[in-house]
Structures are given as structure tokens and as C-alpha cells.
Write a protein that binds this ligand. Structure first.
Ligand code: ATP
Length: 364
């Protein structure tokens, strides 16, 4: 059981601040996912924890011990990269045995440990093959096998699934999740894929510009994003943002003349503390789309309808939107409006999100 702590970590590359004063306790035995767009600093932070990169400031502690001056190979962390970095001339067995041989384990112990790990990963039948004789998914398993075979205290994984095709990715993320839970090894996992992050994480760290924007369990981040960035990054298709103002007389939001109903708690909050410019956030899955007019529903015109089998994804135009912006909505499978056809939108008031447009912060 190993806790990893970073305290005030900053990393600068010349003028670029890749990681900006980040502090976090990575929970013992759990899977923490660092997620964010390209360049947000997640890989750099992971490499600092691994010892592959030196921090400009701050401290890394593993199991309570400061490790800044301990080389990577003495940190008992195992890293799995996007490129599997297997030795091409060695068999799967030898690739997996490599870190154990480096530790001078007995031949018999190595054989037992490699075979046990290979069985757990369902690659026992591949031990005699060379990497070029493996599929992408099999190579990925071998790379994971090589990482776990030596029973590290901490797994560090940097986009380990991104070379796999979409289906295999989904399969492997479930398997990795299961393996991690079974082994109970503290794991820090880096990805830019929000779906991977949501499905795998015990704890999610959403990062941007070298800083943690929001942390917590995936559900609470999905339901209560702290700011516009997190709201737009977590969830697919992404949340719609509609610029609007609060009308205190009608207790509604008004977007370019169209009133949007508001729950009492938000109307109260806005009456107490006025905000100049607001963004109404509505997730596509939280909109209900009807082909017939409904009382209190908001009209929108169909720009395009994309049937997906189980549901229909709609791109809509509306007088309430800024020029050039579309609204995304997920409708039931049977709702297939023609291009230009008017549809009627409603939403449950508790599903709406509201942000101050200037600061980007959520209003609750
Ligand atoms: P990606 O998903 O694209 O790998 P990331 O979130 O992991 O992105 P980092 O790789 O940590 O981001 O990079 C953070 C910032 O630091 C970026 O602006 C990047 O260009 C910069 N950076 C990273 N490594 C170096 C380096 N060795 N030299 C100079 N700048 C670097």
C-alpha cells in the first residue's frame, strides 16, 4: 500500500510552465486519472513522479519518503507508455522476465512469476512469440504484464490504450480497471480521452494549463462541474453553452429575447448576487426533443439529424443562439426531423448549469 504525494510541483521548460504549483495526494491503492487537453501538463507531472523529469520546484513523496533525489529505477514504480517499448528481439517471456532478471531473482521464481502474470492477463499462450507476431492489443497486454510482473508499489500509465482501435480500447480499459482493482496497486493514469477517464477513475483530476481545475469522483464532476472548462470537457457530446442574461422581473434567463425557465434556487442566487453576463449550460442528453409544440417548450430548427440507432443526435439552429453556433441535443431513436423542421425543446430545471461568463465559474 503506497500513497503518492506531490507538493507544490512546478515544472518550467524555458518560458513554458508545464506544471504550475500542483499539490495532490494520490489515494493509496486507488486509480487516479489525470485528464485534460493536449499540453495541459499531465504527462510532465507523471514523468516527474516517475523520476524521468526533474521538477523546477516542489517535492514528490512515495510512501511518505521524499524521492526527488532517488533515481527512477529505485522508486519501485512501473510505467506503461503509449508506445509499448517492448524489446523486439526478445520473446514475450523474456520481455516480461527482463525486469526480474535485472533484480537477480532465481530462474525458478522468474518462471513462476512470469507465468502467473501471463495467466492473469490471458497471454500465457503467447510467451514464446516475438512482439512482431502479436496484435496491438496483445502487445499492450505484454507491456502491462512487464510492468506488473515485478509487483511495483505504484503504476504510472501514460495513454496506454491510445494505439488501439476503438473497440479494443473499450475492452482493454475494462480489463485494466479490473486488474488494477484486483491488485490494489496505487495507479496514476494519464489520458486526454474523457470517456476513458470517466469510466476508469476512482478519482479524476481535470487539468488545464498545468493546474488542477477540479478533482473528485467522476460522477460528481459530471453533475457539478466547477467551471465552463470542466463542464465542456467532461461529457460527450459536450455541453451546450448559451449566452444569456437574468431577467429579475420574470425570474427567467433571456437569451437573445427567448426566455429560459430557471429553478427557484438559481433565481434566488441571481437576485442576491447579480452577474452581468451568464452562460446557460445544457447537456445534449438533458434536453427533451418533441416534434410537436409543447407548453413552455423552446422552438429550434433542425440543422442536421444524425440517426445513431439507439438515439438521434440533432444539431439545431435557434434564435436564442449567437450567429454560427448550433445546439446539440440527443433525441429518442424515433425522433427524425427533416432539415429545417422545427422541434420543441424542454429540460428539467435541475439539469441546467449556470456560469458567470466573465469568470467562467459555476453559479450554484
Ligand atoms: P499530451 O497529451 O499532448 O502529451 P500533456 O498534457 O501530457 O499533453 P505535457 O506533455 O506535459 O502535456 O506538456 C505540457 C507543456 O510542456 C506543453 O506546452 C509542452 O509543449 C511543454 N513541454 C513538455 N515537455 C517539454 C520539453 N521536454 N521541452 C520543452 N517543452 C516541453
Amino acid at each position: 500500500m503506497t500513497q503518492v504525494r506531490v507538493a507544490g510541483i512546478t515544472k518550467r521548460f524555458g518560458d513554458v510552465t508545464a506544471v504550475d504549483d500542483v499539490s495532490w495526494d494520490f489515494a493509496d491503492g486507488r486509480l487516479t486519472v489525470m485528464v485534460g487537453p493536449s499540453g495541459c501538463g499531465k504527462t510532465t507531472l507523471l514523468r516527474i513522479i516517475a523520476g524521468l523529469e526533474e521538477a523546477t520546484a516542489g517535492e514528490v513523496l512515495i510512501a511518505g519518503q521524499p524521492v526527488n533525489h532517488i533515481p527512477p529505477w529505485e522508486r519501485n514504480t512501473a510505467m506503461v507508455f503509449q508506445s509499448y517499448a517492448l524489446y523486439p528481439h526478445m520473446t514475450v517471456f523474456d520481455n516480461m522476465a527482463f525486469p526480474l532478471r535485472a533484480r537477480k531473482m532465481s530462474k525458478e521464481d522468474i518462471r513462476r512469476q512470469v507465468e502467473r502474470t501471463a495467466q492473469a492477463l490471458d497471454i500465457a499462450g503467447l510467451l514464446h512469440r516475438k512482439p512482431r507476431e502479436l496484435s496491438g492489443g496483445q502487445m499492450q497486454r505484454v507491456a502491462v504484464g512487464r510492468a506488473i510482473v515485478r509487483q511495483p508499489d505504484v503504476f504510472l500509465m501514460d495513454e496506454p490504450l491510445s494505439n488501439l482501435d476503438a473497440k479494443l480500447r473499450v475492452d482493454m480499459r475494462g480489463e485494466l480497471r479490473r486488474l488494477q482493482a484486483e491488485l490494489g496497486v496505487t495507479t496514476i493514469y494519464v489520458t486526454h480521452d474523457q470517456a476513458e477517464a470517466m469510466t476508469m477513475a476512482d478519482t479524476l483530476l481535470v487539468m488545464r494549463d498545468g493546474r488542477i481545475q477540479q478533482s473528485g469522483d467522476p460522477e460528481s464532476i459530471y453533475w457539478r462541474p466547477r467551471n465552463v472548462f470542466v463542464a465542456g470537457f467532461i461529457g460527450s457530446p459536450p455541453m451546450n453553452f448559451i449566452p444569456c442574461r437574468y431577467d429579475p422581473a420574470g425570474h427567467t434567463l433571456v437569451a437573445a429575447g427567448t426566455p429560459f425557465p430557471l429553478p427557484v434556487r438559481l433565481a434566488d442566487a441571481l437576485s442576491r448576487q447579480p452577474h452581468d453576463r451568464l452562460l446557460l449550460g445544457l447537456r445534449p442528453e438533458d434536453l427533451t426533443v418533441s416534434l410537436k409544440p409543447q407548453a413552455g417548450a423552446i422552438p429550434a430548427r433542425t440543422y442536421v439529424a444524425e440517426p445513431l440507432g439507439r438515439e438521434t443526435l440533432l444539431l439545431l439552429d435557434g434564435d436564442f443562439l449567437p450567429p454560427g453556433q448550433h445546439l446539440r441535443a440527443i433525441a429518442a431513436a424515433g425522433v427524425r426531423p427533416a432539415m429545417g423542421e422545427t422541434v420543441w425543446l424542454t429540460y428539467a430545471a435541475e439539469r441546467m448549469h449556470l456560469f458567470d461568463e466573465n469568470s467562467g465559474e459555476a453559479i450554484s
